[in-house]
Design a protein around this ligand. Structure first.
Ligand code: FPP
Length: 257
């Protein structure tokens, strides 16, 4: 375990969000679900602007789950159209603001147009590093693990990987999120208290924060509240408080030597 990360709960580097409540936001106003998703896309743009102000370097958003393919065709089309509009309207701004786009999920299920537009922005922003914006699209945590296990099993079957070499780091290197740190904080909006098949492996030690606020209403103040709550938590990674204090103490001594 990397002890430099122990108990430094003010260091919020990676925020993951389950953006929930677009439909209820629209229904409360007598609007179509489309209007809720449109406002949801505006909230995404706000978060991309706000996160760097808190020192957040990685923002991972659950934008379309593998289960969302089961929604009415019209709604799936709306969500894909909003994604395409987001990519074309934000491309230049992302380049100017140092935002790198990354996509996780089973992208083979996305249409050729969407795959092409995503790849275009991913390639264009590949060298940006102020904020890594990861969109989970056609994503399911179990499916991600299944795909990783298949790859690993293939290497074992081919004789290039001895089974005893399989450890946590090797599994991580086969996940879609390889190269990203684990989320420090998971936020879910709209009062639902579930993980819903999001980042199942990666959330093992993340702090969880649930708010009643619907995603389209999630703004800079709401983000501030989530960050404040995160800062008040003590992350122990399965250790005791005494061990953490000792580790902190020896880190401080090392720094002074
Ligand atoms: C959950 O609300 C939200 C989604 C299924 C999609 C999230 C999409 C966006 C925020 C907009 C587009 C995204 C990008 C990246 C431009 P829900 O529809 O399940 O809400 P409900 O539970 O109230 O019905």
């Amino acid at each position: 375990m990397d002890i430099s990360n122990l108990n430094r709960s003010t260091d919020l580097r990676h925020l993951a969000v389950i953006m929930d409540g677009n439909g209820r936001w629209a229904r409360k106003r007598g609007l179509k679900r489309l209007a809720g998703h449109q406002q949801g896309a505006e909230a995404v743009i706000r978060m991309v602007d706000e996160c760097p102000r808190y020192g957040i370097r990685f923002l991972t958003l659950f934008a379309f789950s593998s289960e969302n393919w089961g929604r009415p065709e019209q709604e799936v089309r709306t969500l894909m159209d909003l994604l395409m509009a987001f990519l074309s309207s934000q491309r230049q701004k992302m380049l100017e603001n140092g935002v790198r786009l990354k996509v996780i999920g089973d992208r083979s299920r996305l249409s050729a147009d969407v795959q092409q537009a995503l790849e275009d922005v991913e390639v264009a922003t590949a060298e940006r590093d102020r904020l890594v914006l990861t969109l989970a699209l056609s994503y399911g945590g179990r499916n991600e693990i299944v795909r990783a296990v298949r790859e690993i099993a293939g290497e074992v079957a081919a004789g290039s990987l001895p089974p005893e070499k399989i450890d946590g780091a090797l599994i991580e290197s086969h996940l879609d999120t390889h190269g990203l740190p684990a989320p420090d904080l998971l936020v879910r909006t709209s009062g639902e208290m579930r993980i819903s098949n999001f980042l199942l492996w990666q959330l093992a030690y993340s702090e969880l924060y649930f708010t009643e606020t619907l995603w389209p209403d999630f703004d800079a103040n709401e983000l501030g509240r989530a960050v404040d709550e995160y800062c008040s938590r003590q992350r122990r990674f399965g250790l005791t408080e005494e061990q953490l204090l000792d580790a902190k103490d020896s880190m401080q001594k090392e720094r002074h030597n």
